[in-house]
Design a protein around this ligand. Structure first.
Ligand code: ATP
Length: 539
C-alpha cells in the first residue's frame, strides 16, 4: 500500500476487524460520521499519544539547538460565539457550493470539485472528482449509468473544472454529476459551522457553534497561559480535540468527515524569527510521519501558491499523502505561517489590550546607555514606534495543524498488505497483515500457550499478567497456533509470544516477529525488554 484499492472493500475489512464502523449503522448510518471499534480506538489513541509525546513533552531541539518550550491545553468545544466572529469563521468559513434543482436529486457539491467532461459527438458529462485523472476515469461510469451514448472508442476531448472558473463555460452548462440534468445552481457560500443553542430558549441570542477547529481556543487563552506559566518567546501551545464541520460532501471513508479530531500547535515567536520557525515546523512535521512508518515516497510537502493562501497567511505548506483512493496526494496536515492575524483580531474584537508580548529579555539585553530600567518610564518619553515595536509586539504564529482521523486513515492504508505465501505443504496461500509501526499498533504482543495442558496455560497467564500493566497485550488459547498468528497479523500485532514444551524446561519462549516471521527464543524475563525496545521513540 498505497497502491489503488477498492475503498468499499477496505472499509469492510476495517469493519470486520473492529477498526472503524459506520456511525449509527443499525439505523442506516449517518453521512460523515464514524465510530472507532476496539482496535481502531487503540490505534487512534496511540497516534494522539505519539503526537503528544513527540511534539509537546519531548520535541526535538529548535533550529539553533535550543530546548523547545511546549505546553498543552484542553478547551471547551462550545465557546462564546464572538470568538468565531473575530476569527472570521462566521463571515467567511464557507466552501462555495452548487446544488442540483431537480426534484428528487437535490444533491450538493463543492464547486471546486465539479468537472465537465466533453466526448465526441457533443456528449457532455458532469462529474464530481478530486482531480482531472479521477474525473476522466469516473466519466465513463457516469455516462453508462445515465445512459448517455458515448462514441465507440470513447476518449474525453476536453475536461474542465467549471465550478469556480471565471472565464469558463459557466455552471449552467454542466450536467449534475448525479442525475445529469442541466440544473445546477450558481456557486454560493455554505457556512460549515454546526449551530446549537446554549440554554432553554432557541433564539438568535442563544445561538452557539460547535468549534470548526481547535486553534481558536488556544488564541483566546494566550494571555491566561502566559500569565500562569511565565513562558517566554518562543513557545508553543498544543491541543488535541474534536472539531465539527458540516462538510457539503463527506467522502472517501473517514477522509472528509463532519466530526473529526485535530492535533494543533500554535507556536508563538518573535516576528523577525518567524520564517526560521516556519521552516523548522514544516520539516519536523514531515519527518514525524516517516518516523511512524509512512514511506517518504508517499508523503509530499506542497507549498501553497500565493493565490491559494488564506488572506492572513504569509506561507503554508500542506503535507500531503498519496491516499489509495486518489490519483493525487491529499492533505494530511497544513503548516501555516499565520503572522499576527489571530491575536490581533481577538484583541480588536474583545477590547483586550494584553494579547501582545513584552520582550523582557531583549529589553534587558539592550540596556546599554538607557537611563531607566522601567519600560513604562521609557515610554513616557514617546520613543519612535519602531523602537517600541522591538520590545512590545504581537507575536507571530506558526500553526502545524494535523488531523488525527486523516492520519489514522493514512496509517491504516499504509499498513494494509496482502502477501502471497506458501503454506506448510508448499501450496499458495495469502496473508493479510497490517504492518503498523510498533508504537501505533493497537495490540503490542499476543501471548499463546501452545496447547491447553501440561502447565502451559498457567505459564502463559503469568507472562500475560506480568506484561498487562505496561502494554496492551492479548491472550489467545483458541484454535491452532498458525490460525492465532494469522489473526494477530490482521490486527497488526508486532509480536506473538508462545509458551511451549521447552518453556517448562528452561523458561524460554518463542517471540515471533510479524514482519520477518522469524521466531527467536527469549528468556521469559527478557520479553518486556524486547517489546519496550520496539516502542522506544526513534528506535
Ligand atoms: P481540506 O482542504 O481537506 O478541507 P482544510 O485545509 O480545510 O482541509 P484545515 O482547516 O487546515 O483543513 O484543518 C487541518 C487538518 O484537519 C487537515 O489537514 C485535516 O487533517 C483535518 N481536517 C480538516 N477537515 C477535515 C474533515 N472534514 N475530516 C477529517 N479531517 C479534517
Amino acid at each position: 500500500m498505497p497502491t489503488k484499492i477498492d475503498m468499499a472493500k477496505f472499509a469492510s475489512f476495517c469493519k470486520d476487524m473492529g477498526f472503524i464502523y459506520q456511525s449509527s449503522e443499525i439505523y442506516g448510518g449517518i453521512n460523515g460520521f464514524w465510530d472507532y471499534g476496539p482496535l481502531g480506538v487503540e490505534l487512534k489513541k496511540n497516534i494522539k499519544d505519539a503526537w503528544w509525546l513527540d511534539m509537546v513533552r519531548n520535541p526535538p531541539p529548535g533550529p539553533d539547538g535550543q530546548e523547545i518550550r511546549m505546553v498543552g491545553l484542553d478547551c471547551a468545544i462550545i465557546m462564546n460565539p464572538k470568538v468565531w466572529v473575530a476569527s472570521g469563521h462566521v463571515g467567511g468559513f464557507a466552501d462555495p457550493m452548487v446544488g442540483c434543482k431537480t426534484e428528487g436529486c437535490n444533491k450538493l457539491y463543492r464547486a471546486d470539485k465539479v468537472y465537465l467532461v466533453d466526448f465526441e459527438g457533443g456528449v457532455k458529462v458532469g462529474v464530481e472528482a478530486n482531480s482531472k485523472a479521477e474525473a476522466e476515469a469516473a466519466s465513463f461510469d457516469v455516462a453508462k449509468r445515465s445512459k448517455k451514448r458515448l462514441p465507440p472508442n470513447p476518449a474525453p476531448l476536453a475536461m474542465e473544472l467549471v465550478g469556480l472558473a471565471k472565464d469558463g463555460p459557466g455552471i449552467a452548462t454542466v450536467p449534475c454529476p448525479n442525475c445529469q440534468e442541466l440544473s445546477l445552481t450558481e456557486p454560493r457560500a455554505f457556512n460549515l459551522m454546526f449551530e446549537s443553542n446554549a440554554g432553554a430558549i432557541q433564539s438568535e441570542e442563544n445561538k452557539v457553534y460547535l468549534r470548526p477547529e481547535t486553534a481558536q481556543g488556544i488564541f483566546v487563552n494566550y494571555r491566561n497561559v502566559l500569565d500562569s506559566t511565565r513562558l517566554k518567546l518562543p513557545f508553543g501551545i498544543a491541543q488535541v480535540g474534536k472539531a465539527f464541520r458540516n462538510e457539503i460532501n463527506p467522502r472517501n471513508f473517514t477522509f472528509r468527515s463532519r466530526e473529526f479530531e485535530q492535533m494543533e500547535i500554535e507556536f508563538f515567536c518573535r516576528p523577525d524569527e518567524s520564517m526560521k520557525w516556519y521552516e523548522y515546523w514544516r520539516d519536523l512535521r514531515k519527518t514525524w510521519y516517516s518516523t511512524l512508518g509512512i514511506k517518504s515516497d508517499n508523503l509530499v510537502p506542497r507549498e501553497q501558491g500565493k493565490e491559494e493562501l488564506a488572506h492572513y497567511s504569509i506561507g503554508t505548506t500542506d503535507i500531503e499523502y498519496m491516499f489509495p483512493f486518489s490519483d493525487e496526494p491529499q492533505e494530511l496536515e497544513g503548516v501555516a505561517h499565520r503572522g499576527s492575524f489571530d491575536l490581533t483580531a481577538h484583541a480588536k474584537h474583545s477590547g483586550n489590550d494584553k494579547l501582545n508580548y513584552f520582550d523582557e529579555d531583549r529589553w534587558n539585553a539592550d540596556a546599554g546607555t538607557r537611563t531607566t530600567n522601567s519600560f513604562k518610564e521609557w515610554m513616557k518619553a514617546n520613543p519612535p514606534a519602531d523602537e517600541i515595536g522591538k520590545y512590545q509586539f504581537t507575536p507571530h504564529v506558526i500553526e502545524p495543524s494535523a488531523g488525527a482521523d486523516r492520519f489514522t486513515l493514512a496509517v491504516l492504508c499504509e499498513a494494509y498488505t496482502v502477501e502471497e505465501l506458501k503454506d506448510a505443504k508448499g501450496n499458495p496461500d495469502t496473508r493479510t497483515v497490517m504492518r503498523f509501526h510498533p508504537r501505533l499498533a493497537p495490540i503490542k504482543a499476543a501471548v499463546f500457550p501452545l496447547v491447553n495442558k501440561d502447565g502451559m496455560p498457567e505459564k502463559a497467564t503469568a507472562l500475560y499478567r506480568s506484561l498487562k500493566p505496561y502494554f496492551n497485550v492479548f491472550y489467545d488459547d483458541k484454535g491452532a497456533v498458525g490460525r492465532r498468528y494469522r489473526r494477530q497479523d490482521e490486527a497488526g500485532t508486532p509480536f506473538c509470544i508462545t509458551i511451549d514444551g521447552q518453556t517448562l524446561v528452561d523458561d524460554t519462549v518463542t517471540v515471533r516477529d510479524r514482519d520477518t516471521l522469524k521466531q527467536e527464543r527469549v528468556k521469559v524475563g527478557d520479553v518486556r525488554g524486547v517489546i519496550e525496545k520496539a516502542l522506544t521513540p526513534g528506535a
